[in-house]
Design a protein around this ligand. Structure first.
Ligand SMILES: [Zn+2]
Length: 276
């Protein structure tokens, strides 16, 4: 029976019976896995306060069958990111990020960059710098995860007629087709909308920014609007579902809009228009 030892983020947990927990973990070595913590709700010795949402844990267990749940028999808390639970906005953002990963990542496909990204965003949400800009961080996370999961639309051809798109100044994205279409084909897709080349090119940049730049990034209002619409349509298309946590986050943001912190950009927006 293969033994497993790894580090992971807890991205979902559900009670199972009186004493067990079904967990979805994003691990460093195996990507997303489903696991069962036998006796996790009872044994404080084997699971000492370690199984809260967002937490980074190290665990040991075994796999009985390649298709079965990983059985965790020991778990140790590495980092709880406790401050996320103290701030409602951070909490809703973190829930949205975890839902994207839970719904969009396939099981048992290792992706070290997504593991590192999770650590970065949870550390960011648990910290409380005065100029923290949630909107930019959400936009950036959506762009990064799309690039890391390979969901980026093809930029060179129309999905419908295969005509070349490389001379276009702006792109037309179809949420029904999950990609870009040319001007003549757009009439077949009633929900299609225009996005600038700069917004689409941001997808190429997003996964390559260093940590310092990520925390200072600011978007022009146009790029922010367009990238939110594009990313969410792409994530919806690839996952086949609406994200419940996004609705909650949007309602919370709308309710508190008047209290939001005004943000002075550290980087001039022009730099991030991303023209080729
Ligand atoms: Zn076409």
């Amino acid at each position: 029976m293969p033994r497993v030892k790894d580090t992971a983020f807890i991205i979902n947990k559900v009670d199972f019976g009186e004493s067990d927990l079904i967990l979805t973990l994003f691990t460093a070595g195996r990507g997303k896995i489903s696991a069962i913590g036998k006796g996790a709700k009872r044994s404080r010795k084997r699971f000492p306060g370690s199984l809260e949402l967002f937490s980074r844990v190290s665990f040991a267990g075994f796999i009985k069958h390649p298709l079965a749940l990983t059985r965790i028999d020991e778990c140790r808390l590495v980092e709880p990111y406790l401050d996320i639970q103290e701030d409602l906005h951070s909490y809703y953002c973190a829930c949205y990020f975890l839902e994207i990963i839970n719904r969009c990542c396939a099981e048992r496909q290792a992706n070290r960059e997504i593991f590192i990204l999770l650590d970065e965003v949870l550390t960011y949400l648990a910290s409380k710098p005065a100029n923290r800009n949630f909107n930019c961080r959400i936009r950036l996370f959506e762009l990064q995860i799309i690039a890391l999961l390979g969901f980026k639309p093809r930029l060179d051809h129309c999905l419908e007629c295969h005509g070349r798109l490389d001379q276009e100044k702006a792109f037309i994205f179809s949420p029904e087709a999950g990609g870009l279409v040319c001007n003549s084909c757009r009439k077949r897709y009633s929900a299609s909308f225009t996005v600038s080349r700069g917004t689409v090119n941001l997808l190429n940049l997003a996964s390559r920014l260093d940590s310092d730049l990520k925390n200072k990034l600011n978007f022009t209002p146009q790029v922010e609007r367009e990238s939110a619409r594009l990313c969410r349509a792409l994530l919806r298309w690839h996952s086949g579902c609406e994200f419940k946590s996004l609705k909650v986050l949007e309602n919370h943001t709308a309710f508190h809009r008047n209290d939001s912190i005004s943000f002075k950009p550290d980087i001039q927006p022009e730099r991030w228009k991303g023209n080729r």
